[in-house]
Design a protein around this ligand. Structure first.
Ligand SMILES: NC(=O)c1ccc[n+]([C@@H]2O[C@H](COP(=O)([O-])OP(=O)(O)OC[C@H]3O[C@@H](n4cnc5c(N)ncnc54)[C@H](O)[C@@H]3O)[C@@H](O)[C@H]2O)c1
Ligand SMILES: [Zn+2]
Length: 389
């Protein structure tokens, strides 16, 4: 960049930063996407905040990696004396619970956070879900800026306003719809993400492609190698595309009364798998990968999807990489969990099934026997698809 005028630099900056608007009944906000966005986050949050400045919520690991970049340009931020302006908490799934929320709220109270405070959530989906719920409830609501640092959080959890924590009785059982006032997505932070976590996010990207974006699906088929290498230009194509897709769905249906249900493609099987294995075997995206393949089989069995498209979906998911096996999980157990799922109606799951690549149908009921059979067939088909890749 040396030798360029500041005007030229502005053009380059403008070309790389994108602003995506999310409009919902409970509020509008923008998602800023671009390399270097992290460093601008402080100034953005400061504009929203009172003179006390923003308060950062993060995990020790993410803070260590990216806290310095985030706060480098926070006006008046002093790394030595501002320790009480950041609250760090464990971001393991097992910490996504009410006790963590209480701990954070107490720290906020001690730090003197008031209604004008802006929370900045720096981290993956766990940090975002917890921080979002804290923001929704502390003093009956304070503003929150999401700065997602995993691929799952960037393309999915940071957008749309679902916040919450788990109970021993089940996942995400306590929560609130609460929209952030700003989302800042910097793909640079994905550099430090472990490969398995990155792949887990990629399955959610495939989900967007199957439910509504055939061109993205073809792109992934052609450029999967670049995606897995986290090639910057490739990420600049796929991440904002997914954010736009999510924004479009949330705009039509903030509270999942209708069309937002299509985002659950792969999640009926996926959640059942996570639950059957007590959230210990699969990353969320990995369970969704099995779930998308399972739903694809159901769609073929129901005569709703061409065999050719089904093979493409299975093959793309298989090419992403290995998955923890499902062989140890009984089909009966999966069917039982799905029947009791909070999204089932009177014991009948409302499946989201592909019609063709880029188009899904929702609210479809499938007999238990077919679900069981599809689940049992999955490992063999996945192995065959892996063999082809
Ligand atoms: N609210 C929603 O709409 C929504 C949508 C999808 C998922 N979720 C929730 O999100 C959670 C999963 O989130 P996730 O997949 O982002 O994983 P995560 O938040 O569990 O993070 C995974 C791991 O990556 C680490 N990490 C985060 N960013 C990093 C970075 N840039 N470099 C290195 N390490 C980094 C974290 O410390 C953690 O160890 C689940 O609880 C799920 O229920 C919510
Ligand atoms: Zn998901």
């Amino acid at each position: 960049l040396l030798g360029r005028s500041s005007l030229e630099l502005c053009y380059i900056f403008a070309a790389t930063m994108q602003k995506i608007f999310v409009r919902t009944a409970s509020g509008n906000y923008s998602v800023i996407y671009g390399r270097g966005a992290l460093r601008r986050a402080g100034a953005m949050a400061e504009r929203l905040a009172d003179s006390a400045g923003p308060l950062v919520l993060s995990s020790p690991r993410v803070w260590k990696l990216w806290g310095g970049s985030l706060t480098a340009r926070f006006p008046g931020w002093n790394p030595d004396s501002n320790w009480d302006r950041r609250i760090l908490f464990d971001d393991r799934e097992s910490s996504k619970r009410l006790a963590t929320v209480e701990g954070i709220c107490r720290q906020l109270a001690r730090a003197g956070a008031d209604r004008r405070t802006v929370l900045v959530a720096l981290g993956g989906g766990v940090v975002g879900d917890v921080a979002g719920f804290v923001a929704a409830t502390y003093l009956r609501g304070v503003r929150v800026v999401h700065v997602p640092t995993t691929l799952v959080a960037q393309v999915d959890s940071a957008i749309g306003g679902k916040t919450g924590v788990n109970l021993p009785e089940g996942k995400n059982l306590v929560g609130a719809f609460y929209q952030p006032c700003q989302v800042i997505v910097d793909p640079e932070v994905l550099r430090t993400l472990p490969a398995r976590q990155f792949r887990a996010g990629l399955y959610e990207v495939i989900k967007y492609a199957v439910i509504g974006d055939a061109a993205l699906f073809e792109f992934l088929e052609r450029r999967l190698g670049n995606v897995l290498r986290r090639d910057p230009a490739t990420l600049d194509y796929i991440v904002p595309r997914c954010i736009r897709a999510k924004a479009a769905v949330v705009r039509q249906d903030e509270r999942e009364g209708g069309v937002r249900q299509i985002l659950n493609f792969g999640h009926t099987f996926g959640h059942a798998l996570e639950s059957a294995t007590r959230y210990r075997c699969f990353l969320h995206g990995e369970a969704v990968a099995w779930g998308m393949m399972g739903a694809t089989l159901l769609a073929v069995a129901a005569g709703r999807l061409d065999f050719e498209d089904a093979v493409r979906i299975l093959h793309l998911a298989a090419r992403v990489g290995p998955l923890p096996p499902v062989d140890g999980v009984r089909g009966d157990r999966i069917v039982e969990i799905i029947r009791g799922d909070k999204k089932s109606r009177e014991g009948h799951a409302q499946w989201v099934l592909p019609r063709k690549i880029g188009v899904v149908e929702r609210g479809i009921e499938v007999p238990d026997a077919v679900v069981r059979k599809a689940f049992v067939e999955l490992p063999r088909l996945f192995a065959a698809a892996r063999g082809r890749s």
